[in-house]
Design a protein around this ligand. Structure first.
Ligand code: TYD
Length: 220
C-alpha cells in the first residue's frame, strides 16, 4: 500500500494587483497579525524568492524580451520558488505570504502582453503540480486582489521612483492587466477576495482583515 502522503497544512496567501495598487504595507501588516497569533510567517515574492528566481526577476523586470520568453522565465522562477520555499514552508505549517503569484502571469503576460491564455494554463498545470501529490496544483488558499482603477494607479506611480519595465507601461496596458485579474477571479471566485484599493489605507486594511478572517485564517 502507498504510504499516506503528508498534506500541506500551512496557509498560502497571495497578493495581486496592478503596479501602484498599494499591497506592500498590507502584506507586512498581515504578517504581524499572523505572528501575533503565534504563527511562523514566510514572506516572499514573485518573480523571486530563491537565489535563482531572483536572478530571473532581474532579467524579467529589466531586459526587453517577447511575451513568451517572459512567461517561460516567470514560470521557471516559480518552479524553483515552489520547490525550494513554498512547499517546504507549508509542510512546516507556516503561513506563506507571497507578493504576486501565478495570477500575475495571466494578468501581465496573458492579458497585458497578449500571450495565449491556454498555453499559460498548460504551463501552470506543469509547473505547479505538487511535488508529492502530482494530481493537485500548488495554489494559494486565498488571493487578495487589490483592485484599483488604472488611472489612479498611474497618479500614484508618477514620480514615485525610477520605473521598471512594467511600471513604465501606459495606462491602457494596466487596464488590460486588470481585466486579466478579473478573468482569473471569474474562473475561481472562491479563492479570490477583491479588495477595493481606492479607499483610505485604514479602510483597505479593514477589508484585508475581513477577507482573511472570513476564510478562518485569523480569529474573528
Ligand atoms: P512588484 O511585485 O510590483 O514589485 P515592486 O513593488 O518591487 O516593483 O513588481 C513585479 C513586477 O513583475 C510587476 O510589474 C508585475 C511583474 N510580473 C509579471 O509580469 N509576471 C509575473 O508572473 C509576476 C509574478 C510579476
Amino acid at each position: 500500500m502507498q504510504p499516506v502522503k503528508k498534506a500541506m497544512n500551512g496557509t498560502f496567501i497571495s497578493f495581486e494587483g496592478i503596479d501602484g495598487a498599494g499591497k506592500s504595507t498590507h502584506i507586512d501588516r498581515l504578517a504581524q497579525s499572523f505572528r501575533a497569533q503565534g504563527r511562523v510567517v514566510t514572506l516572499t515574492r514573485e518573480p523571486g524568492g530563491t537565489p535563482l528566481a531572483e536572478q530571473l526577476r532581474q532579467m524579467v523586470l529589466n531586459d526587453p524580451m517577447d511575451a513568451m520568453t517572459e512567461a517561460l522565465l516567470v514560470f521557471a522562477a516559480r518552479r524553483d520558488h515552489i520547490r525550494q520555499v513554498i512547499v517546504p514552508a507549508l509542510a512546516r505549517s507556516e503561513v506563506v505570504l507571497c507578493d504576486r503569484f501565478t495570477d500575475a502571469t495571466f494578468a501581465y503576460q496573458g492579458a497585458g502582453r497578449g500571450f495565449e491564455w491556454q498555453t499559460l494554463l498548460v504551463l501552470e498545470s506543469w509547473v505547479q503540480a505538487h511535488p508529492d501529490q502530482p494530481d493537485r496544483l500548488v495554489q494559494p488558499d486565498l488571493t487578495l486582489w487589490f483592485d484599483l482603477p488604472a488611472s489612479i494607479a498611474a497618479q500614484r506611480l508618477a514620480g514615485a521612483r525610477v520605473p521598471d519595465k512594467f511600471e513604465s507601461q501606459p495606462q491602457a496596458f494596466f487596464e488590460k492587466v486588470a481585466s486579466g485579474y478579473a478573468q482569473r477571479l471569474a474562473a475561481d471566485p472562491t479563492r479570490f477576495a477583491r479588495i477595493h484599493a481606492d479607499q483610505t489605507p485604514a479602510a483597505v486594511w479593514n477589508d484585508v482583515e475581513q477577507a482573511v478572517r472570513s476564510k478562518g485564517f485569523l480569529p474573528c
